[in-house]
Design a protein around this ligand. Sequence first.
Ligand SMILES: Cc1cc2nc3c(=O)[nH]c(=O)nc-3n(C[C@H](O)[C@H](O)[C@H](O)COP(=O)(O)O)c2cc1C
Ligand SMILES: [Fe+2]
Ligand SMILES: [Fe+2]
Length: 408
Amino acid sequence: MKAVGDTSPRIISREIESGFYLLRVDDEKVNYFEAIWSIPERITYNAYLLVEDGGAVLFDGWKTVYADDLIEAIRGIVSPRDLTHVIVHHVEPDHSGSLPKVLEANGFRAEVVTNPMSKPMIESFYKICPKFRLVKDCEEISAAGEKIKLINTPWLHWPETMMSYLTNRRILVPCDAFGGYSIPRTILDEDDEVVREYLPSVRKYVATVIGFYRQYIIRNIEKLQNLQLDIEIIAPAHGLIWKRNPRLILDYYRSLAEGRPDGNKILVVSGSMYGLMEKAARIAVEEVERLGGRTAFYQFNDLEQPPFSEIIGNAIDSRAIILAAPTYEAGVYPPIDHLADLITKKIPPKPVLILGSYGWAGIVAKKLSEKLTGAGFKVVEMIEFRGSPSEEDVRRIREGVRRLLESS
Ligand SMILES: Cc1cc2nc3c(=O)[nH]c(=O)nc-3n(C[C@H](O)[C@H](O)[C@H](O)COP(=O)(O)O)c2cc1C
Ligand SMILES: [Fe+2]
Ligand SMILES: [Fe+2]
């Protein structure tokens, strides 16, 4: 427990099994992951340490600001000078930021085991030239009494990203993949309630961080299956460790990558400067619910501006989407236009209903539908009107919703 007023980060150092340790820092300060995605639930960075037979292997690390804390956490188990290997699965600085200080504390004695693509990134990010051991796909190294297979898993999250499989212990250390946002109350997936609370943060993380590379989630899961790895523990670089049910997170990642809908959830997002468009959006919400659908309804107006991270987290497993936007300076109301950009990049195609409102010349239906259909989304119906919806427009909106539900 931290004392009141203590601003030091919460650090968890736990032996998961004999000689294999989790080193987790709970980043309670971050507001925007990658300086974009609003995460009021925050995030953890998980590094791992394997200590046995005179060897000590560090898997990844923490964000730069926590480098000294990581060194302290390592020191609680083994002297940083005794690290024989540091495995860098991924160069994004939420994991590699601590590398220069860790290597300094180690006297640059350890081999930095990584993908050949990582070397120029590490050298240029941190201006260091450590002892590299560059490994090929599926190459096995022996370290700390363990055989560690390094598997290339490109685009989960960057092109250089690898995972480690500890052959004797049957542990997969997948870095970003199979992780999620938030600071779970436990370190393992042992509690159903913790898992249930955690999964929406996994969904948000997948949509925002690796949604653009979702094909590679599927490809790399298949690669792991083809390698016939017997996986008992999945130890990711963010969030919960999967020991009781590693299958659950593999299946959940796959379902998100495929955009499989969570029941009858329809995402409805409306932008409205003075409330005219909002009237139409509310009619659509009402009609979805009347027809048995469930809505996730977000509104941009003069009172609220919901986070895009939250919306696209709810888009990835929706059955269909309704976008309602007024015309703004001969274009689409900017927040909805931006949302459409994010949706077309980060989630698999879904059926869409477009609602547009204008004062003198409508352009929303044309512009939004071009953007969405260009990315493979099916625009089921476009309903555009001047000002607030007339009785006839209301009828068309209800009919559009019915067709949307039928087509999804
Ligand atoms: C800042 C601003 C820019 C607008 N630009 C356009 C425009 O370029 N073309 C148009 O037809 N209407 C334009 N309008 C009118 C709105 O699109 C129209 O009144 C719409 O019904 C507004 O719905 P809302 O109150 O839900 O935002 C603009 C309105 C505002 C406030
Ligand atoms: Fe990453
Ligand atoms: Fe990460």
